[in-house]
Structures are given as structure tokens and as C-alpha cells.
Design a protein around this ligand. Structure first.
Ligand code: NDP
Length: 283
């Protein structure tokens, strides 16, 4: 049976470190503030924003929730973000995605000051990750690297397979594994014979968005299996992209859903906000 990677525990350790540093900065007169921009009334987005606010409270970061009506225009939203860019009391800016369809998400992300882009989605930050000289790492992939490290298994030289190539998970994940000297293969919906790749993975990251997509026969014995998927089932429960109950019989390490990658994403957001504040204050 696989060892369960406890994302809640690893996330707690990350947040504890952040909390200590935030307190030290506060004692020297530096307050840290994260602005979270939410457009519209999407229930899932509201839950994510609430969780981020709670995490801020726990680590001592001030959170400023900025709510807009779902009919806000592109120009109005860009202008609001520019105000946040120019406000030196705001250290980090996060725009909760997805945005309503009439808004150009890419332009909105480009309007965030890269030094306040704590999600690391701005093209400047994405480019910096490509050359290994980054200010911020995207929260979910960075959290996954911490989870892999928590197993004691060295990424260096391992066969790493990432299933999914989205801009927010799959692609940056491949870069972070590559930066840690993994031998990385990226698979996607056009990949032929997916199992031939996954079966050879020492480290397998599933970011597909299809419940129970990775089955036990696709997994190499003793592999580290990271399940990024968050799929809401009809009964309201959450399900990952990995068929947990069967894959745990094959894998060496596995993340549960919930309680695996999810808590790490928020913990890394706290870390990035702290990092932004330190950079802005030349600390
Ligand atoms: P996207 O829908 O943007 O990307 C899904 C990827 O999966 C695409 O690259 C797609 O390939 C690939 N894919 C789809 N079907 C197949 C298939 N049959 N075989 C192989 N690859 C396939 O999703 P995200 O990356 O944004 O998210 C993935 C999952 O992770 C979702 O469940 C999401 O909710 C969750 N998530 C969880 C987070 C957390 O904190 N735990 C954070 C972010 C996301 P192609 O490019 O060819 O279409």
C-alpha cells in the first residue's frame, strides 16, 4: 500500500514558516497585504476566495477583497488593477479565475504588475521560470514540488510524466521538474498510447480534470503519484483525476483528494505574497 502524502501537514509547515516571517516583518514596521479581485458570483470562486482570506488571517497577512459586478467592463477592470499596482500598501494582487466570458483574461493578467503577480501567471514571470531566474513560482506546481520533496525522493534523474499541459498547472509543472533535473515527458489529449508513458513514470502528475482518469494499470509500481484534479461529483463530493482506491495498491506514494495538492496551492500563495513584500521592501 502506498504512503499517503499529507498535503495538509506539509502546507501547515509552509504556512508556519510564513507566519513567523510575517510577524518579524510586522515587528519592524512592514505590514503585508494581498488584494484578491473577484468578478461576479461564481460559487466555486467564492469558496476559493474565502479560503485564501482565511489563510491570510492565519499567517498574519492583511487580505483586501475587491468585488466587482459580473458586468464590469474590460476597461474598468484594467483600470482597477492599475490602481492596485500603484498602491504601495498592496504587495500582491490575485485575480480569481475564471473571469466572465466577455472579459479578456490574458489582457487582465498582463495588466498586473509582475512584481505583485503572486500567482506567477504574467508572461514576464512565466518567461523567468523558463530561464530559471524567477521571482515567483506558480502556486500549484511549486506546492507539488514540496510534496514530492516531503517523500525524500530526489527528483534529479527520475522519469517524470505530467499528464495535462495547461498554462496554470501542466506547463509550469514540467519546467519546475526540469529545473530540478527530472527527465520530463508531457502528455495531453492528443498523446497516443498514454499508458506507455505513464507506466514508465517514477513521478506521475495528473492534471487532467477527469475523475478517476489514471487507473492502477497505468502506474509503475512504487511510483510517486500526484493528483492535481478537483472534480465535483453529482453527490457534491470531490474526486481526483486518480483512481485512488486502486492506485494506492500500486504506487509508493500518493496524494489524496481532498487534502493533497489543494492545501499546498494556498500555502504557496501565502509564501509568494511574503516574497513580493520582501522584494518590494528590498529585504
Ligand atoms: P485544463 O482543462 O486547463 O487542462 C487539462 C489538460 O488535460 C489539458 O492539457 C488536456 O489536453 C489534458 N487532457 C484532457 N483529456 C485528456 C486525455 N484523455 N488524455 C490526456 N490528457 C488529457 O485543466 P487545469 O490544468 O486547469 O486543471 C486540471 C485539474 O486540476 C482540474 O481538475 C482542476 O480543477 C484541478 N486544479 C487543481 C488545483 C489545486 O489547487 N489542486 C489548481 C488548479 C487546477 P489538451 O491540452 O490536449 O486539451
Amino acid at each position: 500500500m502506498a504512503n499517503i502524502i499529507n498535503g495538509k501537514l506539509v502546507a501547515q509547515q509552509v504556512k508556519e514558516n510564513v507566519r513567523n516571517e510575517v510577524e518579524q516583518l510586522k515587528n519592524s514596521g512592514v505590514d503585508i497585504c494581498l488584494a484578491v479581485v473577484l468578478v461576479g458570483n461564481d460559487p466555486a470562486s467564492k469558496v476559493y476566495v474565502r479560503n485564501k482570506k482565511l489563510a491570510c488571517e492565519k499567517v498574519g497577512i492583511i487580505s483586501k477583497e475587491i468585488l466587482f459586478d459580473e458586468n464590469i467592463s474590460q476597461i474598468e477592470l484594467v483600470s482597477a488593477i492599475k490602481d492596485l499596482n500603484n498602491n504601495n500598501k498592496i504587495n500582491g494582487i490575485l485575480v480569481q479565475l475564471p473571469l466572465p466570458k466577455h472579459l479578456d483574461e490574458k489582457e487582465i493578467i498582463r495588466s498586473i504588475d509582475p512584481m505583485k503577480d503572486v500567482d506567477a501567471f504574467h508572461p514576464v514571470n512565466v518567461g523567468k521560470i523558463m530561464i530559471g531566474e524567477y521571482d515567483f513560482l506558480p502556486c500549484t506546481p511549486a506546492g507539488i514540488v514540496d510534496l514530492i520533496d516531503s517523500t525524500g525522493i530526489d527528483i534529479c534523474g527520475k522519469n517524470c510524466v505530467v499528464v495535462g499541459r495547461s498554462n496554470i498547472v501542466g506547463k509550469p509543472m514540467t519546467m519546475l521538474l526540469l529545473n530540478r533535473h527530472g527527465t520530463v515527458t508531457v502528455c495531453h489529449s492528443k498523446t497516443n498510447n498514454l499508458i506507455d508513458f505513464t507506466k514508465n513514470a517514477d513521478i506521475l502528475v495528473a492534471a487532467v480534470g477527469i475523475p478517476n482518469f489514471i487507473t492502477a494499470d497505468m502506474v509503475k509500481p512504487d511510483a510517486v503519484v500526484i493528483d492535481v484534479g478537483i472534480n465535483r461529483m453529482q453527490d457534491g463530493s470531490l474526486c481526483g483525476d486518480v483512481d485512488f482506491s486502486n492506485v494506492e495498491k500500486v504506487a509508493g506514494y500518493i496524494t489524496p483528494v481532498p487534502g493533497g495538492v489543494g492545501p499546498m496551492t494556498i500555502a504557496k500563495l501565502m509564501e509568494n505574497t511574503l516574497r513580493a513584500a520582501k522584494k518590494q521592501n528590498s529585504i
